[in-house]
Structures are given as structure tokens and as C-alpha cells.
Design a binder for this molecule. Structure first.
Ligand code: SAH
Length: 365
């Protein structure tokens, strides 16, 4: 396995099949079983390429645990209940969540832990951190068993492959990945097509300026529709936290990150994280079309404040040394500050129809 291995595989496929959609490029670069970004490494944390909220502060996972326990009550305290996380990374969020859940012993006893993860490297990390809770791993949401479900996902949707469409005259053309004369990966326009126009959200189709680039994320829409269908048949609630926008708007937002620095999207397939901002409006619509209720998005700062972040911080600070207190306070500030993660990051909930708004979503946007 080598960084060049995946570039060669991508080039070979382009020579055989012609230009790839950006989604196909992302899927190969991130998930190729031998040379993909997630297959090869543990990318998260100070030493990795990016850092996430649970890695910044234990308070994040604890409050998601509070959310789960309160929402479990709203679901009528089902026993057993499936608690599943999509893309658990290093397993830090679930560890903090379960510690908070232990304060509600009936909930803790009722829950059965499922982890949806594709990366073998990260599964090994999760096993190490969470093995004692006997999690069951599944490759996809559709592989979870039937029954009441609580689902959480932090920075999962942004990792799903997106497609890009650019406005060209009256039509839209899909942006594709091709090879240039020097055999380097390069963006090109696919043919302008009325079909491409149909994939662009109708709110943007006619209003976007010439040259505008709109992103859609078929995997996120499929996930929303699947959860929507499930929650209209069986009780459940899902919490998604991610960076993104609402309402739908032109991008592009696709980015590559390597060691906390932005690099070119095509420069380093397999060795840089690729992610795009989440279109929460499109996600919510895909779920609502299947008959579930959606709430939010609510800015992360407001969501965590509604769940009692200040009280939790004060309780931890009271038992901490001055140096620890400073780290705790700085971590929470990063999560809440509008200039850091407080506003760009947002929380959205999908719940079975007829349930009250879940905790943190009582007042809408
Ligand atoms: N939730 C964690 C990790 C975020 S990184 C945190 O907040 O720290 C994205 C995670 O999603 C990784 O665990 C990655 O391996 C996983 N992932 C990405 N695409 C996936 C897919 N299609 N199916 C399952 N897991 C996926």
C-alpha cells in the first residue's frame, strides 16, 4: 500500500471509463480497502489531520449522552433500545456518552450498542476503547436490527461523497475528475445536460448566477430517506451534528485537509481528508418526504447551552486543578464560540412522527 497506489488506481479507472464524478473520486480516495484514506490510518486528533468536538472536550459526548437519556424518556423508555453511532472515529464520544448515561441506570441497562464503521484501522481503535461495552459493528445503517433506535453521528455526513454541478448558460454540467495532458488529475466539465439540472435543488436551479457550483450528497440523502422510512414505521430519534449550511446555497465547500492545513483536493488522494459542508435543508427534506419530523438545525453553541453545558463545566471545574480548569474552559469555549465551532457546526434531529421536539430543539432555529 502506498499513497501513489490510490492515485494510480484512480488514473487507471479514468483511462478505462472516462472522467469520474467527484463522488466516485472521493469514495476511492477515502475508502479504497488497501490505499484509501480511512483504510490506512487514524486521521483524527492533534497528531492527525483534523480534530473533532469529542476530541476537544469530554463535555461534548457527555451532553450527547444527556440528550440520549432524555430522548429515550420521550420514546417511552423502550427496553431494549438500540444505541447506534455512525462513524465513531476513535470511539471517544461513545465513551463519554456512556459515562453520562450511567447516571440513568435504567437507560444504561436497556441500551444495546451498535457502531457503524467502515474503516478497519478505526474499528481497531474503537475495539480498544469500547470493547468492554460489547459493541456490535455493522457496515451500514441498513444492517442494524429492527427495534426502537437512538442514533448519533458527529462529523459523519461531511465525510460522505458529494457531486458538484456548475451552472453553464441555461443548463448545469457535472464537474468531473479527469487526466490532463501531463497525466495529472484535473477538474473538467461533463457535457451540459438537462438531467444534471434535475439533480440541483429546485430552489437554486434558476436563481444561481452563471458559474455557480452546487453540491449534492446522494449518500446523505439516501441515509435521510432510509431513516425517515424507518422512523415512520418504528420508534426512534437521530441526532446529527456537523458543519454545514441552511438553507441550501451554492458552494463549492469540498476541502482537503492534511495535518490541519488545507491542501488541493486532487493533489493527495489517500493521504488527505476530504469533506464537504452539509446541506441541512436538503437532508431534512429527504427525511421529511418519508414522513418523519425534523428539528433544527440549531447552532451547536445554542444546542449545548440548552443541554446545560455551563452547569456541567462548573461541576468539572470544581474538582479540577487550575491547569486542568483552564484546559476544560478553553475546550468548551472552542465548542461554543461563534468564531470557532459554535455557529458553523449545527445540530439536527430526526424523530418518529408525533413526538415532542427533542431536548435542545424546543425553540427551533
Ligand atoms: N465521529 C467521530 C469521527 C468523525 S470522522 C468524531 O467526531 O471524532 C468520520 C468517521 O466516519 C470515521 O470514523 C470514518 O471512518 C467514518 N466513515 C466515513 N464514511 C463512512 C461510511 N460511508 N460508512 C461508515 N463509516 C464511515
Amino acid at each position: 500500500m502506498s499513497a501513489d497506489g490510490i492515485r494510480r488506481k484512480i488514473a487507471r479507472r479514468i483511462r478505462a471509463e472516462g472522467p469520474l464524478s467527484i463522488a466516485a473520486y472521493m469514495a476511492m480516495a477515502l475508502h479504497d480497502p488497501e490505499d484509501g484514506y480511512y483504510a490506512r490510518r487514524d486521521p483524527i486528533g492533534v497528531k492527525g489531520d483534523f480534530i473533532t468536538a469529542p476530541e476537544i472536550s469530554q463535555v461534548f459526548g457527555e451532553l450527547v449522552g444527556v440528550w440520549c437519556a432524555l430522548t429515550w424518556h420521550q420514546l417511552g423508555r423502550p427496553d431494549p433500545v438500540i444505541l447506534a453511532e455512525l462513524g465513531p472515529g476513535r470511539g471517544v464520544l461513545i465513551g463519554d456518552l456512556l459515562r453520562a448515561a450511567a447516571t440513568v441506570p435504567e437507560f444504561r441497562r436497556a441500551l444495546r450498542l451498535y457502531l457503524v464503521e467502515r474503516s478497519t484501522a478505526l474499528r481497531a481503535e474503537q475495539e480498544m476503547r469500547l470493547g468492554r461495552f460489547q459493541p456490535v459493528w455493522r457496515p451500514g445503517l441498513e444492517d442494524l436490527p429492527d427495534g426502537p433506535l437512538l442514533l448519533v453521528a458527529n462529523e459523519f455526513l461531511d465525510a460522505l461523497p458529494i457531486r458538484q454541478f456548475a451552472r453553464r448558460g441555461a443548463h448545469w454540467a457535472e464537474r468531473m475528475v479527469a487526466l490532463d495532458e501531463q497525466d495529472r488529475l484535473a477538474f473538467v466539465d461533463g457535457p451540459a445536460s438537462p438531467l444534471a439540472s434535475l439533480l440541483v435543488p429546485h430552489t437554486l436551479r434558476d436563481s444561481a448566477r452563471q458559474g455557480a457550483v452546487v453540491e449534492i450528497c446522494p449518500a446523505a440523502l439516501t441515509l435521510a430517506a432510509g431513516l425517515g422510512a424507518r422512523f415512520s414505521r418504528q420508534s426512534g430519534a437521530a441526532l446529527f451534528i456537523d458543519y454545514g449550511y441552511f438553507p441550501s446555497a451554492p458552494g463549492p465547500t469540498l476541502r482537503a485537509l492534511q495535518r490541519h492545513r488545507e491542501v488541493s483536493v486532487l493533489a493527495a488522494p489517500g493521504t488527505a481528508d476530504l469533506s464537504a459542508h452539509v446541506d441541512f435543508a436538503a437532508f431534512a427534506k429527504a427525511a421529511r418526504d418519508r414522513g418523519v419530523d425534523t428539528h433544527g438545525p440549531v447552532p451547536q453553541g445554542r444546542f449545548l447551552t440548552a443541554l446545560g453545558v455551563e452547569v456541567r463545566l462548573a461541576a468539572l471545574a470544581a474538582q479540577a486543578t487550575p491547569a486542568q480548569r483552564q484546559i476544560l474552559e478553553r475546550g468548551v469555549e472552542r465548542l461554543l464560540d461563534p468564531g470557532e465551532m459554535g455557529t458553523l457546526f449545527k445540530a439536527m434531529a430526526l424523530v418518529s412522527p408525533g413526538l415532542p421536539p427533542p431536548p435542545g430543539f424546543e425553540t427551533g432555529l
